[in-house]
Ligand binder design. Structure first.
Ligand code: SF4
Length: 332
């Protein structure tokens, strides 16, 4: 029996498919920089063994931007901060056009996002109309991210045929009150529980680099493992001017990559998606390292409030790495 965490992870996660526990994730997060390459290589092997070589590509669109009543300290869409994102709605033809463009990149998932605490009647009606219009013209699965839901709203979205629902836990339960004060981590958890029960795929991740300790990062990975979502989007804080987290430091690239690999070892079978903030945290080289270090899903095009990379750059990278894009018929 070895006490080296990577040798242990190789045996436990790679060979047996058993996730690392919280204390083991912490050991991984504490590994020195000179073991980073070895860690990333192992995370990549785990991803290839338990998820396969395919990469899922998703596009996201903001149906309602800005003016949110909540106070998530990282978010430039909160109406409570002085950040420059103002409230705006997208019309249905633009939504359909965005879905078309997304499908052209090879994406199988199109996520409709609204900056709200939870949907009201008007928003749900817009979403229903949008989904119908997209269905008539585009072959793509539809995901939604509309905040916290009631059971009735969960049922409505399931009846509309929403394939996956995104609602991020954002951070460890113990750190959440330092990030959001207008609702609780438990309220978020409850929405996710209802979504899973209704048969929709669950997508839940968060943002790293919001002042959490390594212990809390490990706690967060364990929280997510307990939730057992189909997808975990990993964002890295991109400090937005005017938000309470506007002055936080960007997470160092080595820490971000260590976290990606650690989350893969905590979630061996889950789709792990590179979401926002990776450009400023990791740069071009880091994107490649992440995709070879446990990541198996990406978002193409623009993110919600900050610019991402052009879709072609990412798609070329996948081509270079000889990673096939997951096809629609393989996801049904
Ligand atoms: S993260 Fe969502 S709920 Fe929180 S302020 Fe931003 S849009 Fe609102």
């Amino acid at each position: 029996m070895t006490d080296d965490i990577l040798a242990l992870a190789r045996e436990q996660v790679l060979e047996r498919g058993e996730a690392l526990r919280r204390d083991q994730v912490l050991e991984v997060l504490q590994l020195p920089d000179d073991r980073l390459d070895e860690l990333l290589a192992l995370a990549h092997e785990v991803r290839m063994r338990w998820c396969g070589p395919e990469i899922e590509v998703e596009g996201i669109i903001s149906l309602k931007t800005g003016g949110c009543p909540e106070d998530c300290h990282f978010c430039s869409q909160s109406g409570l901060f002085s950040s420059p994102v103002r409230s705006a709605w997208l019309d249905i033809p633009s939504l359909v056009e965005a879905a078309k463009q997304t499908a052209k990149t090879g994406a199988t998932e199109f996520c409709i996002v609204a900056a709200v605490r939870g949907p009201d009647e008007r928003l749900l009606a817009q979403v229903a109309a949008g989904i119908e219009a997209i269905r008539n013209e585009v072959d793509i699965q539809i995901a939604c991210s509309l905040g916290m839901l009631t059971q009735e709203q969960v049922d409505k979205l399931a009846a509309m045929g929403v394939h996956r629902y995104n609602h991020n836990l954002e951070t460890a339960r113990s750190h959440f009150p330092n990030v959001v004060t207008t609702h609780t981590w438990e309220e978020r958890w409850e929405t996710l529980r209802m979504v899973a029960k209704a048969g929709m795929e669950v997508c839940s991740g968060g943002i790293l680099g919001m002042g959490e300790t390594l212990e809390q990062r490990a706690e967060f990975a364990a929280d997510l493992a307990e939730l057992n979502p189909d997808e975990v989007p990993l964002n890295f804080l991109n400090p937005r001017p005017g938000t309470p987290f506007g002055d936080l430091e960007v997470l160092p690239a080595a820490d971000a990559l260590r976290a990606v690999a650690a989350f893969r070892l905590a979630l061996p079978r889950t789709m792990l998606r590179f979401a926002g903030g990776r450009e400023i945290t990791l740069g071009d080289l880091g994107a490649k390292q992440g995709i070879l270090g446990g990541i198996n899903a990406i978002i193409v095009g623009n993110y919600l409030t900050t610019l991402g990379r052009p879709a072609e750059t990412d798609l070329e990278l996948l081509d270079d790495l000889q990673m096939p894009i997951k096809a629609l018929n393989a996801t049904l």
